[in-house]
Design a protein around this ligand. Structure first.
Ligand code: PLP
Length: 571
C-alpha cells in the first residue's frame, strides 16, 4: 500500500496540474484567458480523472475493443475478461458476496430507476408506503413519484434533526406495516452529514421494508462494506470517484435480485426468445444488463478503483478532513471580518469535504460567476435538491466540494478571490454608455466596450456594471407569466410591440450578472423587427464579446433560454 502524498497524488490528474501554472495572487491575475488558472472545487458534481483512467480508454480501443459475452473470437474473450474482472474489483471494493450482485448501469440515477421500475412495480400496491428523506437528490425522488403514481403507493417524507441528519425518531413515527421501501442517501450532496444509516436500515427491516441506500456522495470519501451495512441495495456512480461518466453500480442482494423482473429487454438479458412460447431470461447479473454495455467505461472504472485502492484510505480521509476544516474555518474568518456575511446551510463541520453556504445580499449565481472569472469552479443553485431548498426556505446555495487532489493553497486563493469580490463593488471600472445608448447603436457600443478587455475578471466586472444600467421591472410585472423557464436564477421578460412592427423588450433578474447579460442581449434585439431579430447572429455577437461561455446550453445562467424566449415572442 502506498503512503498518500498529496502532491504526488495531484500529479496524477492532468486537467488539474496542467492548468495550475498560472495561478497567481489575486492581485496579479493573468491578462489573457487562455492562461486562466483552474481551481476545481466542484467534485461533488463530478471529479477529475487520473491518468490511469484516461489511458485505459486509449489502451482499450487500441488493443481490446470487441463486444462482450457474445463472440468466441480472441478479442471478444479479452474484452469480456477485462469487463468481468472489473465487476470483481467492484465486488471486492464494497465487499459484496458475489459478482452476481453487481449490476452495471449508467449511474446512480439509472440504478434507482431500475429498482423502482422493476422491484417497485412488482411489490407496491395501493396504500403501500415509501419513505424518503427531505434531503434526497431528485434522482431519489422522481423515480418513486413515477412509481407511486402507477401503483397507488404513497410517499412519506422524513425530516432532519438539528444537525442536518435524517431524524431517527421522526423516522420511527413514520414506520408501520404499510412501509414497503426506505430509500435514503448515505449523505446528502448539500448537507454532507452522514445519516444514521445502519439504524435506519435496522429499523426499516423490523417492519419488513426493503432498504435502498444512495451512496453517490459517500463512496468517494470513505470505505463501504455492504455486508456490514446489511442494506438490500446500494447504488453509486463511477464519475464521482475518479472514474468515467456513464458508468454506475447497482449492488443488490442476490436473493432479492433473483425475484425481480427485468428492467429493460434486449440482447444479452435473455436465455431464449421465441414467438411461440414465453421468452426466458438470463441469469444474474446479465438479466439486468440489456444491450451492449459501456465496456470501455467499466474497464476504466476498475482502473480508478485500483488507483484509489493502492492508497491508505484513512490517510486520504484525514487529508480531506484537514482541507475541510481549513476551508470551513477560512469561511468563518471571512464572515467575521465582513460582518457575518457567510451563512452555512447547516451548522457544524460537514462529514465529507462539501461545504454549502450562501452570502448575505449576494445572489449565489453572481458569486459563482464572479469566482469563475478567477478560474474557480464552484456550484450554485438548488443542487438537484429542490424539496430540501424549500424545507430550508432558501432558493439555492453555493457549494464548495473538494477532493484529495485539492490543496490548501487553492483554498487560500479561493478565499482571497471571494474577499475581493465581496469588497470590490465600489472599484473604479471602465465606464460604459448610459441607458440612452441602448438603441440602434447599442450592440456596437457594447462591442466597442469589450474590445479592449482581455482578462476574464475585467469582463465579468464590465457585465456587472452594465447590469446597473438596467431599469428594474415593476414588481407586478415580475410574475409567473413573464418568468423565463430554463434560467437557474429568476429572470422575467416583457414585450411590447412598437411602431413599424418593431419589438421592445424589458427584462429583469434577481441576479446581478444576469441583469448585465440582459443588457447585452436586449441591446441586440430591442427596437428590431421580427425579421431582424431572427436574422441576428447571437453566437457571433457573444463570440466577439468573448462571452461564449454565457451562451452555453448548461442551465447555469439561462441566457440561451432568454434568447429563445425573445425569438419566440417575436414570431
Ligand atoms: N444522489 C446523490 C446524493 C447525488 O449527489 C447525485 C449526483 O450528484 C445523484 C444521486 C445522481 O447521480 P448521477 O447523476 O451520477 O446519476
Amino acid at each position: 500500500m502506498k503512503t498518500f502524498k498529496p502532491k504526488l497524488f495531484r500529479q496524477q490528474f492532468p486537467l488539474v496540474v496542467n492548468n495550475e501554472g498560472n495561478r497567481l495572487s489575486v492581485n496579479r491575475m493573468p491578462q489573457v484567458e487562455s492562461s486562466l488558472p483552474l481551481v476545481y472545487f466542484d467534485n461533488g458534481a463530478t471529479t477529475q480523472k487520473p491518468n490511469c483512467v484516461i489511458d485505459s480508454y486509449h489502451s482499450f480501443y487500441h488493443t481490446t475493443n470487441a463486444n462482450v459475452h457474445r463472440a468466441s473470437h480472441t478479442l471478444s474473450t479479452r474484452a469480456t475478461t477485462a469487463f468481468e474482472q472489473a465487476r470483481n474489483s467492484i465486488r471486492m471494493f464494497i465487499n459484496a458476496t458475489s459478482n452476481k450482485e453487481i449490476i452495471w448501469t449508467k449511474g446512480t440515477t439509472e440504478s434507482i430507476n431500475l429498482i423502482a421500475m422493476s422491484l417497485g412495480r412488482k411489490i407496491l400496491k395501493q396504500g403501500d408506503e415509501i419513505i424518503l428523506a427531505i434531503s434526497e437528490h431528485h434522482a431519489n425522488i422522481v423515480p418513486w413519484q413515477l412509481i407511486a403514481e402507477q401503483t397507488g403507493a404513497i410517499i412519506k417524507v422524513v425530516e432532519l434533526d438539528a444537525t442536518g441528519r435524517v431524524d431517527l425518531s421522526a423516522f420511527e413515527l413514520l414506520l408501520n406495516n404499510k412501509t414497503k421501501i426506505l430509500c435514503c442517501a448515505h449523505l446528502s450532496n448539500v448537507i454532507a452529514k452522514i445519516n444514521p444509516i445502519k439504524e435506519l436500515i435496522q429499523k426499516a427491516k423490523s417492519v419488513g421494508a426493503i432498504t435502498i441506500i444512495d451512496g453517490a456522495q459517500a463512496v468517494a470519501h470513505f470505505p463501504i462494506d455492504v455486508q456490514v451495512l446489511d442494506c438490500d441495495f446500494y447504488v453509486f456512480s463511477a464519475h464521482k470517484m475518479y472514474g468515467p461518466t456513464g458508468v454506475g453500480v447497482l449492488y443488490g442482494k442476490q436473493a432479492l435480485l433473483e425475484t425481480m423482473p427485468p428492467y429493460q429487454g434486449g440482447g444479452e438479458m435473455i436465455k431464449q426468445v421465441s414467438f411461440n412460447k414465453p421468452t426466458t431470461f438470463n441469469a444474474l447479473p446479465f438479466k439486468f444488463e440489456a444491450g451492449t454495455p459501456n465496456i470501455a467505461g467499466v474497464i476504466a472504472f476498475s482502473k480508478a478503483i485500483e488507483f484509489i485502492s493502492t492508497y491508505d484510505a484513512k490517510q486520504i480521509c484525514d487529508y480531506e478532513k484537514q482541507l475541510t476544516i481549513y476551508c470551513y474555518q477560512a469561511l468563518q474568518n471571512l464572515s467575521a471580518s465582513l460582518k457575518n456575511v457567510v451563512n452555512f446551510i447547516v451548522q457544524g463541520l460537514p462529514d465529507i469535504p462539501v461545504i454549502s453556504f450562501s452570502l448575505n445580499d449576494h445572489h449565489n449565481h453572481d458569486i459563482a460567476t464572479a469566482l469563475d472569472s478567477y478560474g474557480i469552479a464552484i456550484r450554485s443553485g438548488h443542487h438537484c435538491a429542490m424539496p430540501l431548498m424549500e424545507y430550508l426556505n432558501i432558493s439555492g446555495c453555493l457549494r464548495v466540494s473538494l477532493a484529495a487532489y485539492n490543496t490548501f493553497e487553492e483554498i487560500d486563493y479561493f478565499i482571497d478571490c471571494l474577499k475581493k469580490i465581496l469588497t470590490q463593488e465600489s472599484d473604479a471600472l471602465l465606464v460604459c454608455g448610459n441607458k440612452d445608448d441602448l438603441n440602434e447603436q447599442a450592440s456596437a457600443i457594447i462591442i466597442a466596450q469589450f474590445a479592449n478587455i482581455k482578462s476574464w475578471d475585467s469582463r465579468h466586472r464590465q457585465i456587472m456594471l452594465l447590469g446597473k444600467q438596467l431599469s428594474r421591472l415593476d414588481k407586478s410585472a415580475r410574475n409567473e407569466q413573464t418568468l423565463i423557464s430554463g434560467c437557474e436564477s429568476l429572470a422575467w421578460l416583457v414585450v411590447q410591440k412598437g411602431k413599424q412592427k418593431t419589438f421592445h423588450f424589458q427584462a429583469d433578474s434577481d441576479a446581478k450578472i444576469i441583469r448585465g447579460l440582459l443588457v447585452i442581449v436586449l441591446a441586440a434585439f430591442n427596437n428590431k423587427t421580427a425579421m431582424q431579430i431572427n436574422a441576428f447572429d447571437i453566437e457571433n455577437y457573444f463570440k466577439t464579446l468573448g462571452l461564449m461561455q454565457h451562451l452555453s446550453p448548461s442551465r447555469g445562467n439561462g441566457v440561451l433560454a432568454i434568447v429563445e424566449e425573445i425569438k419566440k415572442l417575436a414570431q
